[in-house]
Design a binder for this molecule. Structure first.
Ligand SMILES: Nc1ncnc2c1ncn2[C@@H]1O[C@H](COP(=O)(O)OP(=O)(O)O)[C@@H](O)[C@H]1O
Ligand SMILES: [Mg+2]
Length: 292
């Protein structure tokens, strides 16, 4: 059987690249959350966080899929993508480690490649599952967009829970009116976010988010790998990385460089976002605030 070249261009709008990158052999798998996973799930306390209503009309107008949307190309493609991710998260002997596999990072080399678009669509698609709860986490601290896309109000989030151990991360979660869809905002704007996500507390916090919620999948939206450090830090904790690639824009060299920076995760899949949408006018320099 010939191995498909994961960097070869593909034809459809969104296409899961068939190949799974396996860095395990070369790098050894750093299983940040494996410790204690044999102890079994603890019982989750009653929910004490916020509730919010998703702006479904704005979502649909912006081209996102809704859980009750009729079938179409985009929902079908996300069904295929989610099925494979859920299989690795919950099923079979191939799961990297049960709890870590439920932590999924959506990344890309550069801005505007479709990370947020794919993270939100993937979360909406997973939310339609019967027995799975999806927690969509905004970890693009420089450009948090998930709340505005979903029409949810701002409030404390990941940064706040990382900064202050008194803050219960579960209380920062917004439970939406889409069944099974939870959102953890990025939280307070701070220029310490990169250091906070790199701190030891991130591991404890992720552990807390998954261990007591055995049906929960975490989807991280993140900053571009080549523009900021949080994605490569999160890759150390994630069991699966979905690497969004824009066929018309991402160069092979930068893709390879970005993949190397995510090598803390043993399972990286490419998702080709091959594109017939109008690119926004944002520039790379925006992420640094350098005005380039
Ligand atoms: N497959 C797609 N179809 C339609 N619009 C898309 C698609 N992928 C991305 N977009 C749009 O392109 C813009 C940039 O995508 P976004 O997800 O914000 O990129 P990133 O999060 O990587 O910076 C957004 O307006 C988004 O809605
Ligand atoms: Mg984004």
């Amino acid at each position: 059987m010939t191995r498909p070249d994961p960097l070869a261009p593909r034809a459809s709008l969104l296409e899961r690249a068939a190949e799974i990158y396996d860095f395990q052999a070369a790098l050894g798998q750093r299983n940040a959350l494996a410790d204690g996973s044999a102890a079994g799930p603890e019982v989750a306390p009653p929910y004490g966080g916020r509730h919010g209503a998703v702006d479904r009309i704005a979502l649909a107008e912006a081209g996102f899929i809704l859980p009750d949307a009729p079938t179409g190309v985009l929902p079908e493609e996300f069904r295929i993508i989610k099925r494979q991710l859920l299989l690795a998260a919950f099923g079979g002997n191939t799961a990297p480690a049960v709890e870590r596999g439920r932590i999924i990072l959506v990344a890309s080399a550069q801005p505007d490649e479709g990370k947020t678009f794919c993270a939100v669509n993937l979360a909406l698609s997973i939310a339609a599952e019967k027995d799975v709860e999806v927690l969509l986490i905004d970890a693009d601290f420089a450009k948090p967009e998930i709340l505005s896309i979903l029409g949810l109000e701002g409030g404390p989030g990941l940064v706040d829970a990382l900064e202050d151990s008194i803050v219960d991360v579960e209380s920062c979660i917004i439970r939406t009116d889409i069944p099974n869809l939870l959102v953890l905002p990025a939280g307070r704007q701070t220029n310490q976010a990169n250091e906070l996500i790199a701190s030891d507390r991130t591991r404890d916090l992720l552990d807390q988010l998954v261990r007591r919620h055995p049906q929960r999948v975490l989807i991280f939206d993140s900053a571009p790998v080549l523009a900021a450090s949080p994605a490569s830090v999160l890759a150390l904790h994630a069991g699966q990385v979905l690497m969004v690639v824009r066929a018309d824009r991402t160069g092979e060299a930068e893709l390879r460089e970005a993949l190397a920076m995510l090598s803390g995760c043993g399972s990286i899949q490419l998702l080709l976002n091959s594109v017939s949408f109008a690119p926004s006018a944002r520039r790379f320099g925006d992420y640094y605030g350098t005005g380039e």
